[in-house]
Design a protein around this ligand. Structure first.
Ligand code: ADP
Ligand code: MG
Length: 401
């Protein structure tokens, strides 16, 4: 069987009109002789009645008394509804189709109900269904654990469902349909002239995704990479080529090494600085935070203080933990991490000078910086986010083909 997985995100399934556009891509694949496994997200985004965040509000969001298992029961409903609605549309149009929940489609996960990992996909049932149908629709973002309890896969989980199904079924492609035409050199909501990347390696895309380019979930890229299943990130609404994510070794294309893949960003960070001395030691501060399950980023250690960043939602816990042991703590809220992502970026002479100049020219203060083999990060105030991303994009990404 020639097989393809097509995942449609929240905006792609949000209205009868957008579902109709999604349907065109499915029809084309069917007429090209593919069996199509469609993976759907919940309908719409925050504020829409069945979007995941709206469901969460029904139980008082983070203040809920429900256990994680019970929360997963509720959160998974958005995709279940979407799957039923989508399957109904296909059947009404005369397509041979059948819908499945994640569990029914054989997606088995670990038991951490709100952030489960896919352990395996038992394809027996869907393979049988594909014999009788042209299309099967699977609710994304969900699976079941060993007790048959519903689990959810965390943010971007439908991308992961699609990749896991693609690998298990050895699909020719896993297509991620969304509201933009591919992985772009920056978030097009921030950089107006961001460009879509035509061909990108798994590593480049997963780096961009890890640094905040939320058009695809990094875990999904890693799963596809293990079996070298090519992915395409495409627009539901346009007929563009989108981005092909694949690897040179598998013969998909010759990966051109780029100095910079793109600029990604993460917002809602807090920069915390903690005074330390002989009594309130650095060792004990880090131990407190580690025991509290807090993971830190942008760590800087100097003789009398430590500085790090955490997500906004961890601010209260961090301050409580440290102040309980008499540490003096200062927090700067509304920070953003801007990442220059690219395989060839580090070690190139003059890169830091370029970054500093590009930001200084716009009057943007760098609060902190760090680098790794593939990425250079700068922390800036959220007020500076848009000019910072644009300045770095202009500096490094304008000469794209
Ligand atoms: P879906 O609901 O289809 O999963 P998402 O909202 O998760 O869609 O992802 C699509 C969004 O990702 C786009 O609307 C875009 O604003 C954002 N985005 C952030 N960075 C990038 C990037 N580098 N390239 C493309 N889109 C990006
Ligand atoms: Mg998404």
């Amino acid at each position: 069987m020639k097989m393809i997985v097509q995942k449609f995100g929240g905006t792609s399934v949000q209205s009868p009109e957008t579902r109709e556009m999604a349907f065109k891509h499915i029809k084309r694949a069917v007429s090209d002789g593919y069996k199509v496994v469609v993976v759907v997200s919940a309908i719409g985004r925050y504020g829409d009645p069945y979007a995941t965040d709206t469901l969460l509000e029904l139980i008082g969001a983070k203040k809920t008394k429900l256990s994680k298992r019970e929360q997963a029961m509720l959160l998974s409903v958005g995709e279940t509804i979407s799957c039923a609605v989508f399957t109904n549309m296909l059947k009404e149009s005369g397509v041979l189709a059948e819908g499945f929940s994640g569990g029914q489609a054989g997606i088995r996960t670990t038991p951490n109900h709100l952030n489960a990992k896919i352990l395996e996909v038992d394809t027996e049932r869907i393979t049988a269904a594909l014999e009788k149908n042209d299309v099967i629709v699977v609710a994304g973002f969900q699976g079941v654990d060993e007790h048959h309890d519903v689990t959810t896969l965390g943010r971007g989980g439908s991308d992961t469902s699609a990749a896991a199904l693609g690998v298990a079924l050895r699909a020719e492609y896993v297509d991620i349909f969304t509201d933009v035409d591919g992985m772009m050199t920056a978030d097009p909501r921030i950089v107006e002239h961001a460009k879509s990347l035509r061909q990108v390696s798994y590593n480049e895309v997963s780096n961009m995704a890890y640094q905040g380019a939320k058009v695809i979930h990094p875990r999904a890229v890693e799963i596809a990479m293990t079996a070298k299943i090519p992915m395409r990130i495409r627009s539901t609404y346009l007929d563009g080529e989108g981005t092909l994510v694949a690897s040179g070794e598998a013969g998909h294309f010759d990966v051109k090494e780029r100095l910079v893949t793109g600029i990604a960003h993460v917002t809602d960070l807090v920069q915390v600085s903690v005074q330390t001395d002989a009594k309130r030691t650095q060792e004990s501060a880090f131990a407190l935070l580690a025991d509290g399950g807090i993971s830190l980023d942008f760590i800087n250690i100097s003789a009398t203080n430590i500085v790090f960043t955490v997500p906004e939602e961890k601010k209260e816990t961090v301050e409580k933990l440290l102040k309980a042991k008499d540490f003096s703590v200062m927090s700067k809220t509304e920070c953003a991490k801007v990442s220059i992502v690219g395989a060839g970026i580090t070690g190139v002479p003059g890169v830091t000078a370029k970054i500093v100049r590009a930001l200084a020219q716009k009057g943007i203060q760098i609060l902190q910086s760090a680098d790794s083999h593939t990425t250079i990060w700068v922390l800036v105030s959220e007020d500076d986010l848009i000019p910072a991303v644009n300045a770095l994009h202009d500096e490094f990404c304008l000469d794209f083909e």
